[in-house]
Design a protein. Structure first.
Length: 256
């Protein structure tokens, strides 16, 4: 099963099934041998009672930044450490439900990141479609990252390039994570394109998983009520990208 890594508020609508889920993801600290309880809020905005199935899933982040979910236990999966409140849930129209789950890393667990997804799947009563009664369903995956024993990312810039994204040349930085937990680039940098225009730019909000190298686009910051700025290459970018309390200097030229 695959899908996009969604941002909040997470929402899914399929005729009678309509739900909003917060938060969009969990990034928490856990301690070996201790239980950590968290709460996921599900709001059902359909006009009939919502029937939901809730379960855990392993997932992988693909090169195109899509996500593949799997109910089969992955190698070294931490899902056996996860306890969920219940597997089936009925929510009245317009109501909210605070769904609890716990993560309990076994005593002696070495520093690592526990990563899984909570899947919220809605299944409506069968609805007539032609001569058949077909169930209408939808699904949302909420990703959970739990850093155990002080696990943390260690990001470094290993390359820059221009790639075609959505049919347009786009500045890309390649970032390696030598740590044992995921990291994300943040912050703003200054760009100057071939026309001499100055642009405020920011990295895409993508997880860089432990042990991976990921291509992260650097895009103009959209101004409210205005269309995205067109970038004319070559483009120079200078400034500091950030991850946590750390800085990643960037001073590079990008040419197709």
């Amino acid at each position: 099963m695959s899908g996009l890594l969604l941002l909040a508020p997470l929402a899914s609508q399929a005729q009678g099934f309509a739900a909003y889920i917060t938060p969009p993801r969990f990034e928490v600290q856990a301690t070996a041998g201790q239980s950590l309880r968290q709460v996921l809020e599900i709001q059902h905005v359909g006009q009939q009672k919502g029937n939901f199935r809730i379960y855990t899933s392993d997932w992988t982040l693909n090169a195109d930044n899509s996500v593949t979910f799997s109910e089969e236990l992955a190698a070294d999966s931490c899902r056996p450490w996860v306890a969920i409140e219940r597997r089936d849930l009925v929510i009245e129209p317009g109501a909210r439900y605070r769904f609890r789950f716990e993560i309990t890393p076994p005593p002696g667990t070495t520093a690592r990141e526990c990563r899984f997804a909570l899947m919220v799947e809605g299944l409506d009563a069968a609805q007539a479609q032609g001569n058949l009664n077909m169930p209408v369903s939808g699904r949302i995956g909420v990703v959970v990252y739990a850093a155990i024993g002080g696990a943390a990312p260690q990001l470094e810039l290993v390359g820059t390039k221009v790639s075609t994204v959505n049919g347009k040349p786009t500045a890309v930085v390649e970032v390696r994570n030598r740590g044992n937990a995921h990291g994300r680039l943040e912050g703003f940098v200054n760009g100057t394109d071939a026309s001499g225009s100055r642009l405020e730019m920011a990295p895409a909000d993508l997880p860089i998983l432990a042990g991976e190298t990921r291509a992260v686009t650097i895009n103009p910051v959209a101004e409210e009520g205005k269309p995205p700025r067109e970038v004319r290459f070559p483009l120079s970018i200078k400034g500091n990208l950030e991850w946590g309390k750390n800085r990643l200097p960037l001073d590079a030229s990008f040419a197709p």
